[in-house]
Design a protein around this ligand. Sequence first.
Ligand code: NAD
Length: 506
Amino acid sequence: MNAPTHAAALAPSVKLLIGGQLLESESTEWREVVNPATQQVLARVPFATAREIDAAVAAAKEAFKTWKKTPIGTRARIFLKYQQLIREHMAELAALLTAEQGKTLADAEGDVFRGLEVVEHAAGIGNLQLGELANNVATGVDTYTLLQPLGVCAGITPFNFPAMIPLWMFPMAIATGNTFVLKPSEQDPMVTMRLAELALAAGIPPGVLNVIHGGEMAVNALCDHQDIKAVSFVGSTKVGTHVYQRATLAGKRVQCMMGAKNHAVVLPDASQEQTLDALVGAAFGAAGQRCMALSVVLLVGATQKWIPELVAKARALRLSAGTERGADLGPLISCAARARVEGLIERGIAEGATLELDGRRPLVPGFESGNFVGPTIFSDVKPGMAIYQQEIFGPVLALVPAPDLDAAIAFINDNPNGNGTAIFTQSGAAARKFQEEIDVGQVGINVPIPVPVPLFSFTGSRASKLGDLGPYGRQVIMFYTQTKTVTARWFDASGSARGVNTTISL
Ligand code: NAD
């Protein structure tokens, strides 16, 4: 937590949302929300007290009593209205997001838009939360399932998609009949709060959506709380593993989407220009602060010769504040993040990788105090180097030579992470072999960032995911509901009794 400054004392406070009320926190612990391009203090965010967290859960528990019985059509119409409000406020939401997170305005709109798609999907809840029925499983007996909401669910979200990831969670949880307590990232909570306000304006009743702020203490309180039935987490592997262990120990259903080290494979038959454009965009867009950013490229065979052109394309990117026209990438989220990324670049050099492009301490006219690191490329990267072992979460791309596709697949499967990957090739056979043999959740074929649309679910394997079911799509309907299986017989008044039967049969 940073020390309060004069600017922070004057900055507006981020409110808590409890029981439909936007409340000033009673907390004595606050943190500044800082524009990463300028260091301007935009707001101060409270670390909610234990009492406030309890009040949010209690409000959600109370609201569940009526919300769970709300007709499907009523729930659907709220999300129809909500998607309209998000569209109407797109420019405002993107500006807020850019101010506190740093990504470019166009990318901020993409962040909101990918969340909006989940809201649109939630509006179709009538077709999504359907049970199954089997008629006459025995004579005169039917079996059917009910998909019932769980109760109070909680969501814990990271800083890098402050619109999309909260929208992955609460719309689907609420559309399925649950109530929700959200804890956004304390680094950029403002756009999330604006989305919560719009949700209220769309008609989400008091207590159905609650928002508290904070860090470790708040997260642990949500994991432990006996009235919370399920926890959705998106963030780093370290924190996600802790959340999974702590919340499952408390008997909750938990889904954790976690860290990454996403590899692309480039085969010699790939379309060179389009592939290089895709690699540069996916490695350096959002300053590499995407869980699906490409951070390692395996150059197979002769594609090694493409390095100078790749470097030239990366060098041509424009680094500036996200608000500036023509900016391709903005600053990192914090001074600490910049120092960490610069430290990893230094380790890469010390450990013997070849620095092809150095983005440290770039000149960004007008934004000299911003947390900028420019596109950085290393070649000759090997497992064991810190720049390969760690998720850098910055604009740093590692290039690795590979003799053939088999070697590339084995290399990727040896990495502990399994979030996203992509292959670039014109060969259907090679692409099919890749999709079959790679142990990674999201696979792109000539698509560098294959985040699924909400007709599908986001997934992940190995160290990138804990829990069976992913966010949004069909899987999240199962995550946010309890299946109840009913087997029913109705006695016909004219029928005769069959006598006592002590065997297992219907
Ligand atoms: P983070 O793990 O630091 O924070 C995530 C959440 O956990 C925040 O709300 C934060 O307040 C809370 N938190 C932080 N430290 C905690 C602690 N010690 N105990 C309990 N709670 C704590 O992640 P971040 O830096 O905000 O986000 C970046 C990470 O998120 C990257 O690793 C990225 O790959 C990952 N991510 C994954 C996905 C995915 O879908 N797999 C998507 C986006 C981001």
